[in-house]
Structure formats: structure tokens, C-alpha cells
Design a protein around this ligand. Structure first.
Ligand code: G3P
Length: 217
């Protein structure tokens, strides 16, 4: 499973990239607004911090406008992945861009039928928002299972990018289902390593080691 960081905070991205565990980054207009930075400038910086795909989202709602914005965004770096909303215009844009060899992430997916359309449009990634689905009384993970089943039925190559991840259990469940990618806030990625028995074990080993009076090297 690939791990993407869902943030436009470059300090966080650099810190996570240094672990070697980060495979890409996703941003959206809300995360860009939160960063308080210029969209193009911050996207360029992020593209230099990771080798993998960096999703940058168009804000036009019509096909022609999306194509115009994508043209600007994809020039930023070779690892830019254009993010489009799951609308007919977004799908049309997806088809055109992937046909030209540009990576596309189709976002704001809330149904298996929408995901089917994204795959038919040749999307590189489809982003089902599990947290927001849960928030609205649906089962986000059931959506991931359904999409996995449908994509496997037809051997679609579109990667399932689990988004709107809110906690470590979302990651665990998505990995069990076989989602290709998950994107999560840096805090959730860091929380994956935590276990009380790991901390307690280290504490015990350190206490016993101190009693030996030895040092390594
Ligand atoms: O990956 C999509 C994400 O940025 C949305 O997350 O928590 O606002 O639903 P959230």
C-alpha cells in the first residue's frame, strides 16, 4: 500500500519524506488555503520533496477551464498529478489528460458507480472520501470494498486512493481490503507507529541496559 500525505505543509512533508515511507502527496483547495501560500509556488516546492505523484486540483468547473488550468499545473513538475472532481466535465478532462500521458486523480468519489466511471475515463487514481462518507451515515469502508470488487472484476488499472482518512483504523481496514493507496494527514501517518507495548518495551530495555553499565562503541 502506498502512503501519500494529505497536506500542503512543506515542513511536514519534508519530515515524512525523510523516513523513506512517503510515496506521494495530495493537496486540495482547502489545504492550499490552510497553507497560506501561493498555489504554484507551494506545489513546486512539494514536487521537489517527493519523487511520487503530487496531486494539484483544478478549480474550474467546466471542461475547457479545467484543461486550461491543467496545462499550467502540469508544467510545474513531471510528478504533478492533476486532480479533477467527479463530474462529467471532470471525467471528460480526465480522459483527455490521461490520453496525453498526464496522471489524473478523480476526487470527491462517494459511490461505486462514480468510481466505475472514473476507471472508464482512464483515471490514474480515484479518491473515495471515507471520512466524509462515514460522517454522513454511510460506511466508507464498504465503499472501498465495493470499488475493489468492481475494479478487480474488470481488471481496471485505476488505483484506489483512500482519502478523507481520519484515524489509524481507516488505514488498517483499507489495507485489509487491498486499497492501492491511502492519503492521510501527517498526524495519522505518525500515529501508525505508536503502540503502548512498544513504548513500554523500550522503557524496560533501557532501564535494564543502564544496569549493565555498558555502552556500544
Ligand atoms: O483527502 C481528502 C481530504 O483532504 C479531505 O479530508 O478530513 O476534510 O474529509 P477531510
Amino acid at each position: 500500500m502506498k502512503f501519500f500525505a494529505d497536506t500542503a505543509d512543506t515542513a511536514d512533508i519534508a519530515d515524512l519524506a525523510a523516513t523513506g515511507l512517503l510515496d506521494g502527496v495530495t493537496t486540495n483547495p482547502s489545504l492550499i488555503a490552510k497553507s497560506g501560500r501561493d498555489f504554484i509556488e507551494v506545489t513546486r516546492e512539494i514536487c521537489g520533496l517527493v519523487d511520487g505523484p503530487v496531486s494539484a486540483e483544478v478549480v474550474a468547473l467546466d471542461h475547457a477551464g479545467m484543461m486550461r488550468e491543467a496545462e499550467i499545473l502540469r508544467k510545474i513538475a513531471s510528478n504533478v498529478c492533476i486532480k479533477v472532481p467527479l463530474t462529467l466535465d471532470g471525467l471528460k478532462t480526465c480522459k483527455a489528460l490521461t490520453g496525453e500521458g498526464t496522471m489524473v486523480n478523480v476526487t470527491l468519489c462517494f459511490s461505486a458507480n462514480q468510481a466505475l466511471l472514473a476507471a472508464k475515463a482512464g483515471a490514474t487514481f480515484v479518491s473515495p472520501f471515507v471520512g466524509r462518507h462515514d460522517d454522513n451515515g454511510y460506511d466508507g469502508m464498504e465503499l472501498i470494498s465495493d470499488i475493489r470488487l468492481i475494479y478487480d472484476n474488470y481488471a481496471f488499472e485505476t488505483q484506489i486512493l483512500v482519502a478523507s482518512v481520519r484515524h489509524v483504523m481507516h488505514v488498517y481496514e483499507a489495507a485489509k481490503i487491498g486499497a492501492d493507496v491511502m492519503t492521510a494527514p501527517p498526524a495519522v501517518i505518525r500515529a501508525l507507529v505508536k503502540h503502548v507495548l512498544t513504548d513500554k518495551g523500550i522503557e524496560g530495555f533501557m532501564a535494564d541496559w543502564a544496569k549493565t553499565g555498558q555502552s556500544i562503541g
